[in-house]
Design a protein around this ligand. Structure first.
Ligand SMILES: [Zn+2]
Length: 82
């Protein structure tokens, strides 16, 4: 499940970058009809936010069960090695 979320995050970031590039090119060309691209960018922004939130809450310490906010070697709550 974690791998799926990581891939979802990577793909949604790439798609978001492409959508923003398309919006930029269209505005540069004087074409302000960017509603569809704006919607696509917004959807992928929501997906990447959701993946980030899921990753933050699924990153728990195996010893005390508290959420780890950093990716360090030791838990900030109980101090045990992870
Ligand atoms: Zn802990």
């Amino acid at each position: 499940m974690k791998k799926v979320v990581t891939w979802g995050l990577v793909i949604s970031y790439i798609a978001l970058c492409i959508a923003i590039c398309v919006i930029g090119i269209k505005i540069f060309d004087g074409n302000y009809d960017i509603v569809a691209e704006g919607c696509i960018a917004f959807i992928f922004l929501l997906i990447s936010c959701g993946c980030n939130i899921y990753r933050a809450f699924s990153n728990r310490c195996p010893h005390c069960g508290k959420i780890r906010l950093s990716n360090g070697k030791y838990c900030a709550h109980c101090g045990k090695e992870i």
